[in-house]
Design a protein. Sequence first.
Length: 413
Amino acid sequence: MTVHIVGIGLDGAAGLTETVRQIVDRATVLVGSDRHLSYFPDHWADRIPLGDFTVTIRQIRQRLSTDEVIVVLVTGDPLFFGLGRLLLMELPSEVLIFHPHLSSIQLAFNRIKVPWQDAIAISVHGRAFDELILALQQGADKIAVLTDDSHSPSAIARLLLSLDLPSQSEFWICENLGGADERVRCLPIADVLEETFAPLNVVVLLRQKELTAGQLNLQSLPMLGLPDSSFASFSDRPGLMTKREIRILILAELALQPGQTVWDVGAGTGSVSIEIARLFPTSSVYAIEKTSAGTALIEENCRRFQVSNVVSIHGKAPDILYRLAQPDRIFIGGSGGNLIEILGICGGQLNPGGVLVLALATIEHLNMAVKWLSETGWNYQLLQVQLSRSVSVGSLTRFAPLNPVTIITARKK
């Protein structure tokens, strides 16, 4: 007994190879959706509509002991987000033979003429946006999304806007792929929000480079709390920066005043340094970063925001810190595994009455910092920050948590 699972496209029987068409012709039982069954209006086989999967599989299982030829018609490749996986779970694998058609994602990338061996394929058909959110936050260059009525192109567009990513994406909508009414378009997000699309569609998101300095409208930006998306960021980790809400709290805890010298240790993209420099143009901000990629981003962001009072320092703390002017304020956002050594140098170099602020994401670093501050006699306070941002989930909205951060604020006697 054999069950043939036949992938089929919107071109119907015409898109099948001669070998597969002969298998369908010999079928005594045809299983499929109304659309799939309609491709064979004159076929003499018994028909089982593919509605409730549990019922359908039970009907197939009941016929396994007979001599009937069962053909299950499915869209595209049955083992690519298709019915094939469920059939393998419910029926003996030795009775199943798969005859894949081109998948919709395969067709989509070929229509937009983009190689897709490095693309991420995600299905939100009957699923949450969680996997898509993670791929977007990690900066995936090419993402193909299988949609449904709730998780439509418009819903994906709303999600993109709510994430406030530092990079933009070309937004391709590929409708009715392989059919006579096929339509493939690249649209601005604003247009995607307003349109209604065919139920059978695939969304392809192609990440573009971040805005250049000339493209950033500085006049439209707030003086405090710059959007995360306005910063140049790491191409493979676009979300790796001190988030806007955390930056605002850090700036408040630093108790900044004009004309100060400020150290930003482990500056990353320079987001905290840029905020300080814009608010206090008479202050000198030293952005210390050990990675060359981070240093390049700091310098790019200085050009982007047209600040001239940030000094980008490529070097590893604590060694590089001896060469800098004594600070009035210090922010430690990263330590590279040398937190205690960095605290020792910062504690010695910080001017009397100065403020030291740390943002820590791990319990281990928090314990190390608290122990050092206690043993060295500093007065300090802790602020644990647990924030969530609203994100679009289809037509609804939910909260997506940011990583918890503990901010330590200490003042030198």
